[in-house]
Design a protein around this ligand. Structure first.
Ligand code: ZN
Length: 668
């Protein structure tokens, strides 16, 4: 499970922002800023580790096309058509329409397709179809090759608003598969898919270690109209890209040492066969390995993109330990049992024994697939419930990424605009980064792994509400404990002031400022955003009689302020009790009622105000990254070093990836 930042919008310094002072930001367009990140201490790694990173980061780049196709079947032809234009157009590149086309292409790269990476809505082009066709004509058919056959479909995909309107529809009552444009299901209704997997689960009933059915396949119909899975593996769907991934993993295997060698071997075997039992073997081996300095994720991992929470998008992260920063998470992990035993939930749903909670702070060396360019700042894997139960999970927070976010946000005027009270601003400035890091640690290291299901309750009982409720649970765990005296006792925070910084920011974001990420007229869809709104709105209502959280209007501007931080912490605990009960008992109706009541609907007047105030600040609500680049240095056949460099041009990197790491055909 991945966590995305909640404090990233807060400014930590007050100097005015100018381009010259922000070399961290390499590009800005629409609602996006692209940031570069550094990989400190890479140069000091021993040669074998550098070489291992080199092979793993090559593997991390080879699955990029898979994600494009998973997000929508037309994405690769659209991207390639626009790239061909971008590389060959000899006409005027200063016109408004050309600029609009260029911006659209940058957005497609960023979102890995034609739908916004966060809202899931299809992009609206700000250039006309006539203009696109005229530009294509100028370039000439010869440059487009096979893409000529796709022209009509590409134009419709870009310009027809009724086609592929949303990547992921989660509106209760709709057929979530037929109304979602992602490519995980093709020509299959929600009822058909649910029946297909229910039958598979029934056949495996009683197995305490079920594979993650459907994780690595598209569900479709064959010529006879029968429902079948097309598995993603070296000889199946996406095989052309998977073979490349395997090629680099095999290189990595040659320089890895045990037990990591075996982990890589399991992953290769899984990619070669598509056998989900081997994926479980890989995960078990991976989660047990907490010692290897270099680590990686590579595979079909997170299921947020599937309305049924079953199909996983392809992603990869390559990283190594940030030894100095690991102290924080080591302390938290070492006290995992204490946190579990004192968790404000029904004692019968506590884990009697918390297993294998490991946590570390990492330095990312490469981001790929669904972790790029937008990336999580923390990861907790594996996702299979029984592996987490029997073998534990591994949690990481990514320090060089949060550092880069923080640097890019300095001095953007955000806190001055949205935080009413000077004391809150001061606390956010002083403790914001620490509060953010600790919340992520608690969320990832302990939150997701805590609690247990009542016997016989299915882990998928919460259906389409499961992601939101699971993130809610982990966030509440973090919020509750960041204000616990134990944190002071453990030397992790100087005082309750850190919690105050976290709480003020969380409530403001959940009730107000995150609305800047939503288009007018839209509801909240993304599960992390829903979870934040759910927590903030629920606590607001529960604390209303005692004025725990208050709306204040000053100079015609609305502000949300926390008046009683101790009371708010109690409310977090109370809510965690209920959310854990819902999860443990698989109480779908209660979960649905909570999410639909608090987490989805947006107040249009407030939304309009936030958008206007945010726009006036001229800051982009979303951030993503350019990757560093690596090069093998050889003497003869011998690898003697690996060089790292930091490109500062987003477009060049995207074109470089398109040229060198694009392995799939237009139709998959
Ligand atoms: Zn999470």
């Amino acid at each position: 499970m991945a966590s995305v930042p909640f404090l990233t919008l807060a400014a930590t310094a007050c100097t005015p922002s100018t381009e010259a002072e922000q070399p961290w930001i390499v590009d800005r367009f629409d609602d996006i800023k692209v940031i570069r990140y550094e990989v400190p201490a890479f140069e000091e790694l021993p040669l074998e580790q550098k070489e291992l990173i080199y092979y793993l980061q090559e593997a991390a780049k080879c699955g990029r096309d898979i994600l494009f196709d998973q997000n929508c079947a037309i994405n690769l032809p659209v991207r390639r058509t626009l790239e061909t234009i971008y590389l060959n157009y000899a006409g005027d590149r200063e016109t408004a329409e050309w600029k609009a086309l260029e911006k659209y292409l940058k957005k497609v790269w960023f979102a890995n397709g034609i739908h916004h990476h966060y809202s899931n809505d299809k992009f609206k082009p700000e250039f006309s179809e006539e203009y696109l066709l005229s530009v294509i004509e100028q370039v000439g058919d010869a440059k487009f090759g096979e893409l000529n056959e796709w022209r009509e479909a590409v134009c419709r995909a870009i310009f027809d608003p009724t086609l592929y309107p949303t990547k992921l529809n989660q509106k209760a009552g709709d057929d979530l598969l037929l109304t979602s444009s992602s490519n995980y299901y093709a020509g299959v209704t929600q009822a058909e898919a649910e029946a297909f997997y229910a039958k598979m689960a029934a056949a495996d009933k009683g197995n305490p270690q079920p594979v993650s059915y459907g994780l690595n396949s598209q569900l479709t119909k064959n010529d006879k109209g029968e429902i079948v899975e097309r598995t993603w593996y070296a000889e199946g769907m996406y095989g052309e890209a998977i073979k490349q991934i395997v090629y680099w993993l095999e290189k990595a295997e040659t320089v890895a040492v045990e037990p990591q060698k075996q982990t890589i071997r399991h992953l290769i075997d899984y990619y070669k066969t598509g056998d989900l039992k081997l994926f479980d073997a890989y995960n078990i081996s991976w989660v047990a390995d907490t010692e290897s300095h270099v680590d990686f994720v590579n595979g079909f991992i997170e299921d947020y993109g599937d309305a049924l929470g079953r199909k996983a998008s392809w992603e990869s992260i390559v990283n190594f330990k940030d030894t100095e920063a690991c102290h924080r998470t080591e302390v938290i992990s070492a006290n995992a049992q204490w946190f579990e035993d004192h968790s404000p939930i029904n004692p019968v749903y506590r884990k009697p024994e918390v297993k294998g909670v490991s946590a570390k702070v990492i330095t990312v060396a490469m981001l790929g697939g669904d972790c790029f360019p937008a990336t999580p700042i923390g990861i907790n894997l594996p996702n299979a419930d029984w592996i987490r139960r029997d073998y534990g999970s591994k949690s990481v927070t990514i320090d060089n990424i949060t550092y880069a976010y923080d640097k890019a946000a300095q001095g953007n005027g955000f806190t001055e605009e949205f935080v009413l009270r000077e004391e809150d601003r001061q606390r956010m400035k002083e403790f914001g980064k620490l509060a953010d890091d600790l919340h992520t640690d608690l969320h990832e290291c302990l939150g997701h792994g805590s609690g247990r299901l009542k016997e016989g309750v299915s882990p998928t009982a919460l259906g389409s509400y499961s992601s939101t409720l699971e993130e809610t649970r982990a966030d509440l765990f973090g919020l509750y404990y960041i204000g616990d005296e134990k944190m002071v006792e453990l030397g992790l925070v100087p005082s309750f002031e850190v919690a105050k910084a976290a709480y003020a920011d969380y409530i403001m974001n959940g009730m107000m400022t995150q609305l800047s990420r939503i288009e007018p007229g839209k509801d909240v869809e993304e599960s992390h955003m829903r979870n934040r709104k759910l927590i903030a709105e629920w606590c607001y209502e529960q604390g209303k009689a005692e004025n725990v959280i208050e709306w204040v209007v000053e100079n015609d501007k609305r502000y949300i302020v926390v008046n009683d931080f101790e009371k708010l912490r109690e409310l977090f605990g109370k809510m965690l009790w209920e959310i854990q009960r819902i999860k443990s008992e698989g109480d779908f109706e209660a979960g649905k009622a909570m999410v639909e009541k608090y987490a989805v609907k947006v107040d249009p007047a407030l939304h309009e105000e936030v958008l206007a105030r945010y726009k006036a600040l001229n800051i982009e609500p979303y951030g993503g990254f350019v990757n560093p680049e690596y090069e093998l240095v050889k003497e003869g056949d011998q690898v003697v070093d690996v060089k790292i460099s930091y490109p500062a041009n987003y477009t060049e990197q995207m074109l470089h990836y398109a040229k060198n790491y694009s392995f799939l055909p237009n139709k998959n």
